[in-house]
Design a protein around this ligand. Structure first.
Ligand code: PHB
Length: 395
């Protein structure tokens, strides 16, 4: 009610100012004082912890700026996308049309991202992708108003195949949830593993977020590959590692994965995660002042340990801060806003990264091994990995 009255009063002032030729633009700006940031993230279901970590990280970056963006106060809006692709368009439309957000931050699940992507392209609203790696968003359907601060689904696995062959594994089984994220992670794995001389015995899958792994584990036991590689994430990943160990497989067939497998779940996985090797653009154990300071501040603020999702949320916040500062909070100056965001070097807890022309991070991939509930860095699997951005034409 108060807000409404305020707007009406201001409207009267605008009309008065206009007719007397006074300072109209300033008065109009005053009406939209607060920048409107919308989170469209999973707050229920298997990916809920990922959504929470992303929001925490994002808020942390803004809090480092006194909670402001380019000098403007920020108002937050939230939608639980439930990792449900069928509601992707509807949920994104709610944030854009009902809440009139200036920026939509989301999401985790690649299928839901496609709904956001459609709405972002049609409405022109600025979209920051803090996780979902679906290729097309920064390939054939790349867009000037869509920026990703995470990865493409094949980026981590492009670094995985050679690391496995180097360890003497020539025959592998791939297993995943069968949807865009798992299928595209497979593309990166297949490319790197076969290029290094490995061969893929079989590709196994189950629908997301099904966690009944038993039949597939029995099949792996009978296939007897040298190693298994996979894409799983969130609590389902912990369950997969526990089931894999309980089936006795970890003793004879080493488990590898896209690094999400061991992010945020090491407590839940317990002993079962020991020895699992993955590739990822972050590791909790990265021994840099930047990472240590980030981990300390995050733990203090949120009473939990950060993971790759927290880092990606934090970097989305850092990216937006840089853009907002460049235009002094004037988000209507899209050309300057996007130009500033394109030219960034993000000083991230993962290490410095730059934004590709297709709006996706160019970043190092670490090789990590789980030891005592920590992702220990055992090497850099690949430097400055860029997605090929096939078919991307900005315009
Ligand atoms: C995705 O759906 O793109 C996705 C989800 C969870 C992850 C990584 C990728 O950890």
């Amino acid at each position: 009610m108060t807000t409404r009255r305020l707007i009406l009063t201001r409207s009267a002032a605008v009309i008065g100012a206009a007719s007397s030729g006074l300072l109209l633009p300033q008065i109009v700006r005053a009406q939209s004082d607060k920048l409107r940031v919308g989170f469209m993230l999973p707050y229920t279901g298997n990916f809920a912890p990922l959504g929470v970590a992303i929001e925490n990280g994002f808020r942390m970056a803004l809090n480092e700026q006194g909670g402001k963006l380019g000098g403007r106060e920020v108002e937050f809006f939230k939608v639980d996308d439930e990792s449900n692709p069928a509601k992707g368009i509807e949920n994104a439309t709610r944030l854009v049309q009902r809440d009139k957000v200036d920026v939509l931050v989301g999401t985790v699940h690649s299928g839901v991202q496609m709904g956001i992507h459609k709405v972002a392209r049609e409405s022109g609203v600025l979209n920051l992708i803090p996780n979902a790696g679906v290729h097309i968003a920064t390939r054939g359907q790349c867009a000037p108003n869509v920026f990703r601060t995470s990865f493409t689904n094949s980026q981590p696995t492009l670094a995985l195949g050679k690391a496995m062959v180097d360890r003497g594994h020539k025959k592998a089984v791939w297993i995943t949830w069968s949807y865009a994220a798992g299928d595209e992670a497979f593309e990166g794995f297949e490319q790197s593993f076969t290029a290094a001389g490995g061969s893929i015995v079989k590709k196994l899958g189950l629908p997301f977020p099904n966690m009944e792994f038993q039949a597939l584990l029995t099949e792996i036991a009978s296939l007897k590959p040298d190693a298994v590689a996979c894409f799983f994430a969130g609590p389902g990943a912990a369950k997969f590692m526990r089931d894999y160990a309980a089936a006795g497989l970890s003793k004879t067939i080493p488990l590898y994965g896209s690094g999400f497998l061991t992010e945020g779940v090491l407590e839940a996985a317990g002993e079962a995660a020991n020895g699992v090797i993955t590739t990822m653009h972050y590791a909790d154990s990265l021994d840099t002042p930047r990472n240590k300071q980030f981990r300390l501040e995050y733990a203090k603020a949120f009473k939990s340990q950060p993971d790759v999702y927290a880092v990606q949320g934090y970097d989305s916040g850092q990216l937006l801060v840089k853009g907002a500062n460049a235009v002094k909070g004037d988000f209507s100056n899209k050309k300057a806003l996007y130009a500033a965001m394109e030219g960034v070097v993000i000083d991230s807890p993962r290490g410095k990264w730059t934004m590709s022309k297709a709006h996706n991070p160019i970043q190092d991939m670490y090789l990590r091994k789980v030891e005592n509930k920590e992702n220990k860095v055992i090497g850099v699997a690949a430097k400055a990995v860029a997605d090929p951005a096939t078919g991307c034409r900005m315009g």
